[in-house]
Design a protein around this ligand. Structure first.
Ligand code: ADP
Ligand code: MG
Length: 687
């Protein structure tokens, strides 16, 4: 059995309990052990003279124990003094056994490893690792430190790794899958892994720690290639499936366009056309529609839904939050009901009789356009004849979820068309690697008459001025949002903070109507509040970031965002996109808590200077990196073992080209590369 198939339990000393712990961190096979890479290294290759110690550095020391006693300070500890020809240092143990005390007291020479820090007696080392065997050979390599091995000690994990390397040196090697491929990072994969786990003494440590060593770049390249190939194969498989072939749009479609009350923008016409052409094919459409906030994506969704209906098929429109689903339902019903097209509404909160009725009309096909949250894809939801799935605000759903949803609509060889709408402008450099399985349309134009939002960045010490400004704006008929943000706190705390802010603001803004909306309110209450805000009955809406996506109230022209320095640029841009939708000039006030760091200042300035989502996304990528860009919530979708899109995106051109070549000329290697790098969903669910 090769390393890729042998389970970790085939190693000496790995029983079911340890194997279970390893499985939790995604390590099942010996190959997985190799791909779990160190994140830093210790230098145990040489002995440091005690006189040359500096605080904060971990080093190997060797010397004589000159005393060993219990010290009674604030905490009882065992204190031993180690001395060599250059000086002496205290070794301190807060946890120790009688045996350890006897053992150290009677030792003469020891060798130890630990980090020196400033303690009660000067430089001290707390809980050093130590051994009496001073004649043992020092390691030739840096000692790896592995991430996230909870429940498995570093020493134990290192033993596992060295067993695997022992097998490799006796001939059990990984296949070189990129052997015939010309690329800039040529190094045999076995050597690359050896170097990363056991870096030799003369390695370029800076490069290694930055992940830029040739060996790491080689691995990252192969990993990105694996992802690229797998997305392309998914696409090929989809192309082999069948989808309903839609005739050109008909009377209802045209009637809908004339009912909007405005001309479609050129970009909307172009994208609607691209979608209509896709859906006239016999293979399933898979199209990503990117359009900045306010670019009018809902229109495209409505048109496509009517197009499906005209061809006798149902459409499902899925939104990431209840509020947004509700809003789509209100919009689409108001457009479609006059055309005699029945809409239905389904979220987790729709229960009992109402739910049974909705489920029935969805199953019978009498509900033509079904709008809801991910509840739409639960087991008990059966569609009569689903022909089109539209997912709004895709960035909330990870790649894995996307693939799972696709499976859901897949009956035999049949699969509905699928549109994915996102307001997160994805830098072109990343689209290719993340969405290689999709076609892409961009609505690169806003409806006419929009005035760019002006943005100011202010310290929260000026909150009083801000409140005054909100007051005068609302008194002259404008509406405003006040966004409370707390990152990394629990949702409960966030909602409580919003409640407190709303209470304060209603006291400060006597005579104005202050509303509150956050994720923990009952759906009915949220909907009621949104409707009141839409109707102009609420002047100021205090909200958590639940309003981030999709909410559309054109009369709102002022937004205050608290703690803006803690949010990602993409998220701030989304929030700000709630205003600037009507005729009036809109303003956004970004409050921050002083002092503002240099990076934060730079980031907020990007927003102050630009309203262009693509530009902002590119800048965000430069300043913070893709993990932040897509938000931690869906970081799962971007988890690579080794690759880092920010660091490695310069590889993407080569990767696209090579993926093409491999798929054309060498399917066997292509599949082997995927198998090596991509954890299959079944494997994942076992963990
Ligand atoms: P998003 O792309 O952010 O989902 P929406 O679909 O919510 O944008 O549209 C934003 C606003 O612009 C809505 O009020 C919508 O009615 C309006 N709108 C959409 N298309 C046009 C257009 N062609 N002309 C004028 N207003 C439009
Ligand atoms: Mg929208």
């Amino acid at each position: 059995m090769g390393l890729d198939k042998s389970p970790v339990s085939s190693l000496k000393g790995v029983g079911p309990a340890l194997a279970g712990k390893l499985a939790k961190i995604g390590i099942f096979t010996l190959q997985d052990v190799l791909f779990h890479l160190p994140f830093r290294y210790e230098d145990r290759t040489r002995i440091t003279p005690i006189g040359m110690l500096v605080p904060g550095k971990s080093v190997v020391l060797e010397g004589e124990i000159i005393s060993c006693d219990i010290a009674y300070g604030r905490r009882r500890s065992l204190l031993a003094y180690l001395q060599d020809s250059t000086g002496q240092i205290a070794l301190r143990f807060f946890h120790f056994t009688k045996a350890q005390q006897r053992n150290l007291s009677s030792s003469r020479s020891i060798r130890c490893f630990g980090e020196a820090r400033l303690g009660a007696t000067g430089l001290e080392i707390y809980h050093p690792e130590y051994s009496q065997n001073v004649s043992a050979e020092l390691p030739k390599h840096f000692t790896p430190v592995y991430p996230g091995t909870e429940g498995v000690s570093q020493q134990r994990y290192r033993k596992i790794v060295s067993q695997v390397f022992a097998l490799m040196s006796s001939g059990d090697q990984l296949d070189e899958l990129m052997g015939d491929i010309e690329h800039p990072y040529e190094i045999d994969i076995n050597n690359a892994l050896d170097l990363v786990h056991n870096p030799p003494h003369d390695v370029d440590m800076d490069a290694l720690l930055a992940g830029r060593h040739l060996a790491q770049q080689n691995l990252a390249f192969e990993e990105l290639l694996a992802h690229q190939i797998s997305l392309r194969l998914v696409r090929d498989e989809i192309n082999r499936l069948e989808a309903p072939c839609f005739h050109s749009p008909g009377i209802d479609y045209k009637a809908l366009i004339s009912s909007f009350g405005y001309e479609l923008t050129d970009a909307q016409i172009r994208v609607a056309g691209e979608v209509a052409i896709d859906m006239a094919q016999t293979s399933p459409t898979l199209r990503l529609i990117q359009g900045d906030v306010g670019s009018g994506k809902t229109v495209i969704a409505a048109l496509s839904a009517v197009h499906a209906h005209e061809n006798g098929y149902q459409c499902a429109l899925m939104a990431p939050t209840e509020i947004l689903a509700e809003q789509h339902f209100i919009n689409l019903s108001s457009w479609l009901t006059p055309l005699g097209i029945t809409t239905a509404w389904l979220t987790g909160k729709v229960k009992g009789k109402r739910r049974r009725e909705e489920l029935e009309s969805i199953a019978s096909g009498s509900a033509r356009v079904v709008i809801g949250t991910h509840a739409l894809f639960q087991k008990d939801v059966q569609f009569g004849n689903l022909g089109l799935v539209i997912i709004d605000e895709q960035h909330r759903f990870g790649v894995h979820q996307r693939l799972a949803l696709r499976e859901k609509g897949n009956k035999d060889k049949f699969m509905p068309h699928q549109l994915i709408m996102t307001a997160t402008p994805i830098p072109r450099t990343l689209t290719m690697s993340m969405y290689a399985d999709m076609d892409c349309s961009i609505i690169d134009e806003l409806p006419p008459g929009r005035k760019p939002v002006t943005t100011n960045v202010l310290p929260d010490s000026r909150r009083d001025d801000v409140v005054t400004r909100v007051k005068s704006a609302c008194q002259s008929g404008a509406q405003a949002y006040w966004v409370c943000t707390l990152v990394e706190e629990s949702e409960i705390i966030q909602c409580q903070a919003a409640e407190a802010t709303a209470t304060d603001l209603s006291r400060e803004l006597k005579g104005l109507e202050v509303g509150l909306i956050h994720g923990r309110l009952p759906a009915a209450e949220k909907a009621e509040t949104m409707n009141q805000f839409k109707a102009g009955e609420i002047d100021l809406l205090v909200a958590t970031t639940v309003i981030e996506v999709g909410v559309d109230v054109p009369n709102a022209s002022l937004m205050v965002i608290e703690n803006s320095e803690r949010l990602g640029l993409a998220q701030l841009h989304q929030l700000r996109g709630r205003i600037g939708r009507g005729k009036a000039q809109s303003h956004c006030l970004l409050l921050y808590h002083s002092p503002l760091g240099e990076t934060s200042r730079q980031r907020l300035n990007v927003l102050r200077e630009s309203n262009d989502g693509f530009h902002i996304a590119e800048m965000d990528l430069q300043i913070r990196g893709p993990g932040e860009l897509f938000g931690s919530r869906q970081s799962g979708s971007l988890q690579f073992r080794i690759a880092d899109l920010l660091r490695d995106h310069h590889m993407l051109d080569d990767i696209a080209r090579i993926a093409n070549q491999l798929l054309r000329n060498d399917q066997i290697s292509a599949r082997a590369i995927i198998e090596r790098w991509i954890v299959s969903p079944e494997e994942f669910s076992q963990a």
